[in-house]
Design a binder for this molecule. Sequence first.
Ligand code: 5GP
Ligand code: MN
Length: 340
Amino acid sequence: MTAENAASPEYWDDIRAVAHCLHVHSGPIVVLAHENPDGDALGSVLGLSRALRRLGKTVIAPMTVPRYLSFLPEPGELSAPLTEWPAGALAAVLDVDNNDPVRVAGADLRTFGGPVVNVDHHGTNQRRADAGVVDPSKPAATMMIADVIDALDIPWDEHLATPLMLGLSTDTGNFAFDSVSAEAFECAARLRHHGARLGWLNEQIRQNPPSYYLLLREVLGKLEFQHGGRVVQTRVDNEMLARAGANWDDVESYVSMLRNAEGAQLAVMAKDYGDRVKFSLRSRGPVSAQNVALALGGGGHVPAAGATFQGSYAEAREQLDRAIAAELSRVDALGGSAQG
Ligand code: 5GP
Ligand code: MN
């Protein structure tokens, strides 16, 4: 069920297989995405849930949404994490690999015996589901959800198009990355045609509470430039949050801001929870954030990846610095230390 090229017949076979599986299932459909959901995870879940509800399906979408995305879901659309699976359920797992259940939020796939449908664009996906479409050439999972909705022949409107546009817009850094294929713009055009509220989305998502700026001041106080400025990293812990009156949600977008530092090839934000450390990694040019994340037991995309380390910040930092040094050596050995 692999499709490297969206134009390939296999891709459309996979899309139709996913649509068919959803269409014929008469029991409840539980729609899930990755933990720490981003715009693509939320957009995929809302887009597919809304579409399936129009088909008369019973949909359960357990997701805890971060503050900066809370403007989009309507009351009753999302629910609390499931403690047990409803009888006769099908799981639709979006923007994450169903074979990596620890990364899947909202319900425990390890205790699930029913059919699983997977729609994802992570290159590391193991591609084992009852029906699945995995296309790493797609910059956002919502592009594939748009194709599933077309295959289900559900009439489009703004209510379906807007969440899908959210995923496309956020996973492409507002259409700024090299991952933005001509096809991505075609999908955006399609969603605009169907009424997606792009300006409204951006207006909503860019509003930050005062705590965001107070925490930023703390975070900039911990900023470190390493390797002659090729690496920029910083951290957040509970004390910093408390001083700023902020919460973990406020941290999400800082790492892409750091990545904009001139000459920086890798930006790292460490969230120090005390017993574990979550690293968010963003890279530019020849450096791969994914390689650094993989060395720490995590994963993600080449330019945007993450990993969680169980242990103290000091221990995590030692491993991180080793992984960074190894990745820079790899790049330098290729003669690729110049900006790509
Ligand atoms: P973020 O830094 O925004 O949490 O994640 C960036 C990207 O890396 C996302 O595509 C996310 O799914 C992926 N990612 C983050 N943390 C992990 C992890 O621990 N394991 C894996 N496999 N992927 C991760
Ligand atoms: Mn995504």
